[in-house]
Write a protein that binds this ligand. Structure first.
Ligand code: C5P
Length: 209
């Protein structure tokens, strides 16, 4: 069974993907981490993530980079968002994600274009979202808990900027697949969001031929 989990930044899709993977005993791939590695490697190369050739050159980042805590930084998310705009970068990362999705037994993948581009044949697709203000509030609380001194307004501005870039790009923009369940968790806690997602996936699983 393949489960595709897409959605904007700070929507809780990563947490939900990991919970679904644990529940169904499936491997999980956070595809954002691949784009983060490209963005970060571009910086390590002293390149410019807005430059397609620089970003493409960073696609052969070493696998060990995926364990670097710097990939989780907010600043790396912005580098990733800029590098991921280039079609050549998306093409370079394409097969790795497709192979992960199509492994025997299935998988859970979370990202922006899983249900639309990477695994359009997924058995269950979820589009996880929340209002920009709620996503910024969560991200701000999480950053403050880690000791990062940043204002709510700065976090909200970054959420808006990333949304605009991710939904506005020409190649594989962030959008809900027509057969994806819309899971708006603005007013839901994590347990309620997981329960709604599980009910949907179970229903799709039963409907499979
Ligand atoms: O999900 P995460 O915030 O880690 O992703 C970082 C950035 O990588 C996103 O803002 C998006 O621009 C890009 N991305 C993408 N396609 C994916 C996953 C992430 O373009 N499947």
């Amino acid at each position: 069974m393949i489960i595709a989990v897409d959605g904007p930044t700070a929507s809780g899709k990563g947490t939900l993907a990991r919970q679904l993977a644990a529940h169904f005993g499936l491997p999980v791939l956070d595809t954002g981490l691949l784009y983060r590695a490209v963005g970060y490697q571009t910086q390590l190369n002293h390149g410019d993530p807005d430059n397609a050739a620089d970003a493409l050159a960073a696609c052969d980042f070493p696998d060990s980079l995926l364990d670097d805590p710097a990939l989780r930084f907010e600043s790396t998310g912005s580098l990733a968002s800029r590098a991921s705009v280039h079609p050549a970068v998306r093409a370079a990362l394409f097969q790795r994600q497709v192979d992960f999705a199509n492994q025997p037994g299935g998988a859970v993948l979370d990202g922006r274009d899983i249900g639309t581009v990477i695994a359009p044949h997924a058995d269950a697709k979820l589009f996880v979202t929340a209002s920009p203000e709620e996503r910024a509030r969560r991200r701000h609380a999480e950053m403050r808990a880690r000791g990062v001194d940043i204002s709510f307004d700065a976090v909200l501005a970054d959420v808006h900027a990333r949304d605009a870039r991710d939904t506005g790009r020409a190649d594989a923009p962030l959008m809900r697949a027509s057969d994806a369940m819309l899971l708006d968790n603005t007013d839901m806690d994590r347990d309620a969001a997981l329960a709604a997602a599980l009910a949907f996936v179970e229903e799709r699983r039963k409907a499979r031929p």
